[in-house]
Design a protein around this ligand. Structure first.
Ligand code: 4NP
Length: 166
């Protein structure tokens, strides 16, 4: 099992969208039983709440249902549990790095690196309009495609290696 955690500020716009998109892409690739996906936020303002209605609507228009997701914050256990901890922007990344225990071996980085946009952020859409949510979706789709390709490669290497290869 490979575990992926998306991190944004509030866990109501960008990271739940990424969680929803990646879940659908993994299912389409037949990898959904081998990859676990979750999302969380740095701030606790929206803990327990569902995604922002604009994020819900942007996803719904593209056939993705993120209605059941509920916001939570990043916690210490996440660093031992997840293999990929992917930040939406540089502030999120700095906050993750600040909480990272010394013995954490997870890949920690910006999500858009998987869209061949190294060092670029998924812009925070919270205080903007609907076009910001459309842009968020577009960037997340591109990075999800790249991430699925990476995960497929990793899983094939594991399969090929068989049970004795560690
Ligand atoms: P997100 O967007 O980090 O993509 O979930 C935000 C949601 C809420 C706030 C900021 C960004 N906020 O300030 O409450």
């Amino acid at each position: 099992m490979i575990r992926v955690l998306f991190v944004c500020l509030g866990n109501i716009c960008r990271s739940p969208t990424a969680e929803g998109v990646l879940r659908v892409r993994l299912a389409a690739a037949g990898l959904d039983t081998q990859v676990e996906v979750d999302s969380c936020g740095i701030g606790d303002w929206h803990v327990g709440k569902g995604p922002d209605r604009r994020a819900l609507e942007a996803a719904r228009q593209r056939g993705i249902d993120i209605d059941a997701l509920r916001a939570r914050t990043l916690d210490a256990e996440d660093f031992g549990r997840f293999d990929y901890i992917l930040a939406m922007d540089h502030d999120n990344l700095a906050a993750i790095q600040a909480q990272r225990p010394a013995d954490c071996s997870a890949h920690i980085g910006l999500f858009l690196a998987f869209a061949e946009r190294p060092d670029e952020a998924v812009p925070d859409p919270y205080y903007g309009g609907d076009e910001g949510f459309a842009r968020v979706f577009e960037l997340i789709e591109a990075a999800s495609n790249g991430l699925v390709a990476e995960l497929r490669k990793k899983l094939q290497v594991k399969l090929r290696g068989g049970p004795t290869a560690r």
